[in-house]
Every structure is written in structure tokens, then in C-alpha cells.
Write a new protein. Sequence first.
Length: 288
Amino acid sequence: MNFSRLLKTTSALTSRWLCSGRFQSTSAAAQKLVDVSVDSKTGVSIVSLNRKPVNSLSLELFKEFCGVMDDLESEKVRGMILKSSCDNVFSSGLDITELYPHPDEDRFHAFWLWFQETWIKLYGSSFPTVAFINGHAPAGGCVLAISCEYRIMLPYYKIGLNEAPVGIVAPDWVVNSLKSVLASRKAEQLLTSGRLLDTQEAFDIGLIDKIVNNEEEALARSEEFFSTFDNVPKLARALTKQQVRKNEISKLIKNRSNDAKLFLNHILRPETQKIIGSYFKSLKDRKK
Ligand SMILES: CCCCCC/C=C\CC(=O)SCCNC(=O)CCNC(=O)[C@H](O)C(C)(C)COP(=O)(O)OP(=O)(O)OC[C@H]1O[C@@H](n2cnc3c(N)ncnc32)[C@H](O)[C@@H]1OP(=O)(O)O
């Protein structure tokens, strides 16, 4: 099966959840959670996550992001830069209120399927992708960044997969995306310790590709990355990227519902709820 057909393949059960109109934004005037603009000099699309204050990743944000990715695919854009419009935070990861206290099972199932869909579309996109990490990127924020092809980060922020200390276990598609960036041993150390790295440490181990001081430099470094493909036929580039990433994506596509069920079972365990609850409380108490 070719890759674009594979990307469209979802089980009947999964399609039912993804296509269902449930969990729509209630207000037509609701603020956009994902903004798109085009850099007029380079023709590259800039996608900004815009869920204030910290871009925590909710079901609605995932849905909107997937719609944007579909548009960019059909417009056959030259490239995409993913960044944040929140001050100091690229994304604070999954919205903890989707996980705690004791989430509604239907909503959680849909939430998880849209998280998977986001990863499938971003990791498997045909066009080149850069994450401009213009703020902290813990947990799910880091997952978005490692799903892109190239990572550029501002100094003095933190990035990493701190799920284990929060009581959350990484699914294999997240582990494998990390292993596509870092050697297995480094990936394991990062995951099991849950340590967040500062920008320099992240650069030193190869988790990010460039450190920049401002957005202007980020755009210039992104352009250098995109222009490495200027003499490569678009289709050949896209199919080659997807060939490299195909195994992880097809494994998840075959296992989506089960992956959601496993995660839900884990999240609903009283011990997990307890750990997430005290973690969330400590986040709130920090500011008191
Ligand atoms: C191992 C891989 C597993 C993969 C599968 C699962 C994937 C991911 C799991 C997750 O993503 S779980 C989420 C984990 N996220 C975090 O641990 C980050 C938590 N947040 C922070 O550390 C900080 O907020 C920040 C991002 C460093 C920003 O700090 P800042 O001081 O700028 O802002 P705060 O005052 O802390 O936050 C403002 C406001 O937002 C609330 N909030 C922060 N993060 C989240 C979140 N992820 N979900 C929901 N709400 C969040 C925070 O409590 C504050 O609320 P108020 O106090 O204003 O009510």
C-alpha cells in the first residue's frame, strides 16, 4: 500500500471517533487555537500554536491543528515552521485537565485519537518541517518538536520528556520518534529520568539542531534548512521521508484503538490519578 493511502487508512471504529461532531468548539466566535501565516520572502508557512497561556494541548487544539495540516498538504507548501504565540512557552504538553481528575472516557478516547492523528500528520507530512522552540517544551511539547525534521531553539528554555515523574508512560510511537532523533541509550536515559534539558544541553546531545537568539535568526536558519531541498524533486523528497518514517506510522495506524485503550487504562488507575493530581497541585501551588 502506498504511503498516502496508508495515512488515510483508519479502522471503522477510529473513523467514527475522528469524524464525529462531538466535542466541537461550542462558540463559532471561539478564538483560533492555531494561526497560520506565510513568510512572504520565502513562501514558507508559519504555524503558531495559540492557546493561552501555555499552549496546553487539548482535544480542540489537536483537531484544529490537524485541519491546518490537511490544508498545508493540499496547498503543497514549500515548508512549515511550527512555533508558539505564547510568551516563554512553546507548549506545556498535554492539557492535564484532559487526564485529571478522572476524565470522561468518551472524551478521553477522542482526545487520544486526535493526539495520535496530530502525530501522524506532523511526523508523516510530505513537506519539510521545522520546530522553532521559542519557549519551554516539556512532555507533549517535546513530542511536537521531535515530530518535526529540524529543531531550532531560543536559549534558556527547557525541553524533554518528563512524563515518567508525572506518572505517565510513553507509548511506543513517542519512544520511536525520540529514537529517530537520539541514539537509543540517550533516549532511554532521557525518558526514564524524565529530566528536562536546557537549550545548551539539548544541543549538546543532538536533541535540537541550532540555537538562535531571536526570531529573525530562527527564520534565517530555517531558510537554510529548507533550501537544502531546493534542487530535490518535491515528490522524491516526500516519498523518501515517508519511507524512512513509514514503519512507526503504520504500526500506530494498525493499533490506534488499542493504544488509546491502554493509555486510558493507565490514566484511570488510582495510583496514576494520585500522582498526576499531586503534580498538578504542585504546579498551581508554585505561584502562591
Ligand atoms: C513520555 C512520553 C509520553 C507521551 C505520551 C504523553 C505525552 C505527553 C504527556 C504530557 O504532556 S502531560 C503534561 C506534562 N506537562 C508538564 O509537565 C508541564 C507543566 N507546566 C509547566 O512546567 C509550566 O507551566 C511551564 C510550561 C514551564 C510554564 O511555566 P509558567 O510559569 O510560564 O506558567 P505557569 O504559571 O506554570 O502556568 C500557567 C497556567 O497554566 C497551567 N498549566 C501549565 N501547564 C499545564 C498543562 N500541561 N495542562 C494544564 N494546565 C497547565 C498552570 O497550572 C497555570 O494555571 P493557573 O495557576 O494560572 O491556574
